[in-house]
Design a protein. Structure first.
Ligand SMILES: Cc1ncc(COP(=O)(O)O)c(C=O)c1O
Length: 394
């Protein structure tokens, strides 16, 4: 099985990391922060255990009161609205614009009010959202803009890296992200006071326990074996199809980033542009060769440079009922493709039959995401094209 998204890590890199860690491990986090700061062009960097704990630290540093309103796109990672609610704030959804799969600045303009304290704008699948308009509208209302760039490290808008337009940017180093340290999150901001507040929150998190470090190391070894599609098939069979209820105690997920992960992060960061260039090349090859009938890709405007973490394909004639047939057909051919199911994951947030977010709703029911990652061979890409052009009835 080929995973839908991946940043390859090889055994030789793990060995190099282990060697570097055992010989010198005092300033690696500082070096990693400096290199991220240079890469993004953003002054202050904080590291934490995940994108999730990064968002938690940002919201805790934003002077919110219980019940304050936080705007979130109606098509995003389910963890985002879930965390906002768990922290006692109110979620308000804004619909998406189909051309970017991201927050619609016009709908934001209609929904935002003086009660809105934070706007979390995501750049999904490596596609920049209309961040300039979103930031302008949010600031007109005095709201803080959090740029959720968890899926988009390296993507650009007007030649500038996403994550650096709003008041604060967030990146994930989890598995399946543009680069990975197995778990991890990056927070960037040019606001020194904001950064210091975030650092103070992260300083209260526990150090990663020995058990957690061993767990991360075991995941790292397993993840590196997932470069082999047979091994990933085994993992997928064992755990991939189970959907454990991912409810959690928030505090259990807050811990510090480790020096070991920083060494791995430095190696991964040096490969980010190479990985992204391959993703872009693969996505362009797929888009050039897929028959257009019934299939739509997000439009790429002149201002944006997406990194195509995955290729989201909108299937005109697919719906919730028959999309599983396509997923199963791909699975039998050894390729993982996935839908993105915010509404199904958090049904209590959406009124039954509500049509308040029609575009997000159609995106959820009609879109599947296809792999573009550096682990794909030309044969894999041709196989995807053959399946979609000749075997799927769309
Ligand atoms: C858009 C988005 N935001 C936030 C997160 C949370 O990041 P993490 O998995 O590192 O907690 C994710 C993770 O998938 C994501 O895709």
């Amino acid at each position: 099985m080929i995973p839908v998204s991946q940043a390859p890590i090889y055994i030789r890199e793990i060995l190099k990391t282990v060697f570097a860690y055992s010989t010198n491990y005092s300033t690696e986090s500082r070096d990693f922060q400096d290199q991220i700061s240079n890469y993004l062009g953003c002054r202050h960097i904080n590291l934490t255990s995940s994108g999730f704990s990064g968002l938690y630290s940002i919201l805790r540093s934003s002077d919110l009161k219980k019940g304050d309103e936080v705007i979130v796109p109606a098509y995003t990672c389910e963890d985002v609205p879930r965390l906002v609610i768990e922290m006692g704030y109110k979620v308000k959804f804004v619909d998406i614009e189909p051309c970017t799969c991201n927050m619609d600045p016009i709908d934001l303009h209609d929904k935002i009010s003086k009660d809105t304290k934070v706007v979390i704008a995501a750049h999904m699948f490596g596609y920049p959202c209309s961040i300039v308009d979103i930031t302008e509208t949010s600031h007109d209302y005095g709201a803080i803009v959090v740029e959720d760039s968890c899926q988009s490290m390296g993507a650009e808008y007007n030649g500038k890296k996403v994550g650096t337009f709003g008041d604060v940017g967030l990146f994930s180093l989890n598995m399946g992200k543009p680069i990975s340290t197995i778990h991890g999150g990056i927070i960037c901001t040019n606001n020194k006071d904001f950064s210091e507040k975030i650092s103070a929150i992260i300083a209260t998190f526990n150090d990663c326990s020995i058990m957690q470090q061993m767990n991360t190391f075991a995941h790292l070894i397993g993840y590196s074996f997932c470069n082999n599609r047979n091994f990933y098939s085994l993992i997928y069979k064992l755990i991939g199809e189970k959907h454990p209820n991912s409810y959690f105690e928030i505090q259990d997920l807050m811990y510090k980033f480790t020096e070991f992960q920083s060494i791995l992060g430095i190696q991964q960061l040096s490969k980010l542009d190479t990985f992204n260039n391959i993703r872009i090349k693969n996505a362009n090859y797929l888009m050039d060769n897929l028959k257009p009938y019934g299939l739509f890709f997000p439009k790429i405007s002149k201002q944006t440079k997406p990194i195509f973490l995955r290729l989201p394909i909108y299937f005109e004639n697919v719906n919730r009922a028959n999309r599983n047939k396509i997923i199963t057909m791909f699975k039998h051919s050894g390729i993982e493709i996935t839908p993105y199911l915010l509404r199904e994951s958090l049904p209590f947030l959406f009124a039954e039959g509500s049509t308040d977010y029609p575009r997000a709703d159609r995106m959820t029911s009609n879109t599947l995401t296809i792999p573009t990652h550096p682990g794909l061979t030309n044969d894999n890409l041709d196989q995807i094209i053959d399946l979609l052009n000749n075997r799927v009835d769309i």
